[in-house]
Design a protein around this ligand. Structure first.
Ligand code: ANZ
Ligand code: ZN
Length: 819
């Protein structure tokens, strides 16, 4: 039997692609361009099953678009700064670069073996000085525009990694990296002003609608968390000036019965009456030990402390007791709320615990919240609400109240966002140093562009051990840290924090467009040709991290006039995960599947085919249900078909088996559409069907010399090359094609072969078959009826009788009952 040798084929074609530069784009303007991008890997160990899934999806798209005649860019690089390298360096008393670049080499070898159609000439590593020089350069542009700034604030602190974390890196109160419970610390940190772009991050989602998974857009929308409402000013006894609250329900102001401030806010401290100071401080200490998640939980009983003061309701001058309670957060809205227990469940829970009155001001028809303990929301008739009384919908209630507050100078329309500024400084070593010098005379001074990069000093092993401050602030880095101020020349110190690695990854896709460019982060002309990315592939876990940050960076660069578009990624695919025995693979469960070992056993093609065939690309794959052995069997079958073709290349298929030609062209049309729609698993099913159909012709029909068999085998090869590239190259060679199959062109289906010419229609008269008609498959009932009645055989058997009843079931049956 003819078989292909998977391993030999892999080595042969890898070498060919590399020498031939098969996957280096022409970039000469002769073809339309397409940019396919996979989220670049972090170099921890070798590639795993997750990479196998993510990268094969991008590769199918890239290979398909190349066959379709596009000039495709499909680059690769590494997100190579970050904590694990530093932790490994501490353990081995080495430099983080050693671990990093060794792992990169291992992964690079595996990527090549995995048959990805990558352009290696654009390779980048974010930890290379040539790269992070431009990360620093970009930081300085943000700094100049006031978009990078320092402030003191309570920050998320990971006690295990000994570093601060961005809000996005805290998952349910735990460190996204190591899982330790996150605590709070007051620190001076660097931020990017993402909040200034909140509305544009929302508005520009319009460009992504229908092209990004709905789930990701919803997550981003939620994360940005736009709320419309009003600011309302309350006077508070013993407090200078009004205290402002943010509310989404200004229309319920007459129902306010108390007032709450966040315990850790400055406000609470200012408002607290002397006799309540002791109780307040005790409560404040307790608050610090509780995570934001717990604080917002609706399950937790409400706690708080009376501050001994009253706020005055601006619409009716009522005195509202002021509490500090942890269900109000300091960093949302203004950190103070007007509490309306009848219409807000959190306020109602608090009111019932603290015995505060509940006053309904919107009658929604539901029972009184004071009795049920269930707050009511939504439209209703306003009651006990002054000039709002009698209104019946929320929209007019809100407008009327805001107009009234504005007229009285006690409030105004407001929009708030849940999104916070991006905390970007890290107290760790293995990242891009923040290019700022702190001068006692001049303050924060930017390192001049011509002095970039600010290179990391040569620290290793123990120098890097976490001590709560950056290793760059430690004794081993003194010589690096102490510099002359770029502005006055006096003694000054470098900033000792490094940037979050998400800064590195917020612009790498730009760098691919002009690798090695020495005069800036990228050449704007190159960018204009390649960007935006046509297809981005990566995990959904980046929805509110990398994908949000990259969008933010792109908008800032747009405002700087450096790019001409506002969204970096046109289309996004979130691949599913590979799990095993119904669970995520993990060391502790011992259910890990080793990609290298799978490839050794079945070959790259069979693994790639298995992953693609498993299901829709965005669904999880349970490896326990997969059979790479049957994938390999199918590939051998496909190979045998191509190897057995004996007709010469270029033979006109016109004289070939008609039925097979119909199937081939239907498959071409369908597979083209399926690839456009990214229904890759169905593509595999259709290729399998075509192989079976061609096999049947070979075995029972006109045999291996039939040109229709060649036509089918050629398309099988092309379609298969997007998924199983090595066997496809072997098949292409067997068919006499010029290497590589990746350089071949995609056929289009012949419309004439897409229509099935005719079907047979049976015509019965009084239950007896009187005629068999060849008709078009899409014939209408009316036409079919006319043709049937005109048939001479039918006419004969009717013999002049009238038709009493006629049943037409186009295109297969006509049944006539004569009178
Ligand atoms: C009075 C009121 C009456 C409210 C009512 C709601 C319903 P979203 O939609 O999430 O923006 N709030 C404001 N600042 C807060 C803070 N720092 N911590 C906790 N809660 C805060 O929520 C806005 C609503 O959440 C605001 O509207 C306020 O309660 C509360 F029938 O004001 B509302
Ligand atoms: Zn100075």
């Amino acid at each position: 039997m003819t078989t292909y040798d998977a391993v030999a084929a892999q080595e042969r074609w890898q070498a060919f692609w590399e020498q031939d530069g098969t996957f280096v784009p022409l970039d000469d303007g002769s073809r339309e361009r397409r940019y396919v991008l996979d989220m670049f890997p972090y170099p921890s160990g070798d590639l795993h099953m997750g990479h196998a899934e993510a990268f094969v999806m991008g590769d199918v798209v890239a290979r398909y678009w190349k066959l379709r005649g596009y000039d495709v860019m499909h680059p690769i690089g590494w997100d190579s700064f970050g904590l694990p390298a530093e932790n490994a360096a501490i353990k081995r008393n080495a430099h983080p670069a050693e671990w990093t670049y060794k792992n990169i080499e291992t992964q690079a070898r595996s990527f090549k073996r995995y048959g990805l159609s990558l352009d290696w000439s654009r390779r980048l590593h974010t930890s290379d000085t040539e790269y992070y020089r431009w990360t620093q350069w970009l930081f300085l542009r943000f700094f100049e525009r006031g978009l990078a700034y320092r402030k003191d604030s309570m920050v998320n602190w990971c006690p295990n990694d000994q570093t601060v974390l961005a809000n996005e890196q805290v998952v349910q109160g735990h460190c996204e990296r190591c899982g330790a419970a996150v605590t709070k610390r007051k620190l001076n940190q660097w931020y990017f002003k993402t909040t200034e772009y909140a509305q544009r991050l929302l508005d520009d989602m319009e460009q992504l609608e229908g092209h990004w998974p709905d789930r990701v857009l919803a997550m981003q929308r939620n994360w940005i968390g736009r709320s419309e409402g009003a600011y309302v000013d309350f006077d508070v006894e013993g407090h200078d000036g009004p205290v402002t609250v943010f509310t989404t329900r200004p229309d319920t102001l007459f129902g306010a019965t108390f007032f709450v401030v966040a315990p850790e806010s400055e406000l609470a401290d200012q408002i607290c009456a002397p006799e309540q100071r002791g109780a307040f401080e005790e409560y404040l200490e307790a608050t610090k030990r509780i995570s934001d998640i717990e604080r917002q939980s609706t399950e937790r009983p409400k706690t708080g402390v009376f501050l001994g003061r009253y706020a005055i309701n601006p619409v009716n001058d009522e005195k509202l007791p002021v509490y500090a309670a942890d269900y109000v957060l300091a960093d949302y809205g203004t950190g103070a709320v007007m509490a309306v227990p009848a219409h807000d469940q959190r306020d109602l829970d608090f009111a019932r615990t603290f015995d505060v009155p509940v006053r309904m001001v919107v009658d929604t028809g539901q029972p009184d919240p004071a009795e049920t303990g269930i707050a009511t929301a939504g439209d209703g008739t306003y009651v006990n609400s002054g000039d709002l009384d009698g209104l019946t919908d929320k929209a007019s209630g809100v407008t009327t109240m805001i107009d009234r507050l504005e007229a009285a100078g006690r409030g105004r329309r407001a929009i708030t966002y849940r999104l916070r500024d991006w905390l970007l400084s890290r107290q760790r070593f293995w990242g891009a140093p923040i290019p700022i010098v702190h001068c006692p005379q001049c303050g924060d001074v930017a390192v001049p562009d011509d002095q970039l990069p600010v290179q990391l000093p040569d620290l290793r092993g123990e120098d890097l051990a976490p001590k709560g401050t950056s290793p760059l602030a430690g004794p081993a880095a003194t010589a690096w840290r102490e510099v002359a101020c770029p502005s006055c020349g006096g003694p000054a110190e470098r900033d000792t924090d490094t940037m979050d690695t998400f800064v590195d990854s917020s612009w790498y896709f730009f760098r691919y467009c002009s690798p090695g460019f020495a005069d800036g982060p990228f050449d704007e002309a190159d960018l204009a040709r390649w960007m935006p990315v046509d297809q981005y592939v990566g995990g959904v876990e980046h929805a509110t991290l990398h994908l949000m940050y990259s969008r933010f960076f792109t908008k800032v660069l747009f405002d700087m006039g450096m790019v001409t578009f506002t969204e970096p990624f046109r289309r996004l695919l979130n691949q599913g995960q590979v799990i095993n025995e119904g669970k995520a693979m993990s060391k502790s469960l011992g259910n890990g599947v080793d990609l290298g070992e799978q490839i050794d056993r079945f070959g790259v093609d069979a693994i790639r085919l298995t992953v693609v065939f498993a299901g829709p690309p965005d669904e999880d794959i349970d490896w326990a249900d997969m059979s790479p052995a049957s994938s390999l069997k199918f590939l051998q079958r496909a190979y045998r078909l191509a190897a057995e073709v004996t007709s010469a290349p270029g033979t006109d298929p016109a004289g070939g088996d008609k039925d097979l030609r119909h199937i081939t062209h239907r498959t071409i049309a369908d597979v083209t559409q399926l690839l456009d729609d990214q229904r890759f698993n169905v593509v595999v099913a259709r290729i399998m069907e075509l192989v079976n159909a061609a096999r049947k012709t070979v075995d029972t029909g006109t045999g291996t010399s039939d040109p229709a068999v060649r036509e089918a085998a050629e398309f099988v090869t092309l379609a298969l090359s997007t998924i199983a590239p090595y066997v496809a190259e072997e098949m292409w060679a067997a068919l006499g094609g010029a290497p590589s199959v990746a350089n071949a062109s995609w056929p289009s289906a012949d419309p004439a072969l897409l229509v099935v010419d005719s079907v047979t229609c049976v015509v019965q008269v009084q239950g007896k078959v009187r005629a068999k008609l060849a008709v078009a498959p899409d014939i209408s009932d009316t036409d079919l009826e006319a043709i049937a009645l005109a048939d001479p055989g039918v006419q004969r058997s009717l013999d002049g009788r009238e038709v009493r009843k006629i049943i037409v079931r186009a295109p297969k049956l006509v049944s006539i009952v004569p009178a």
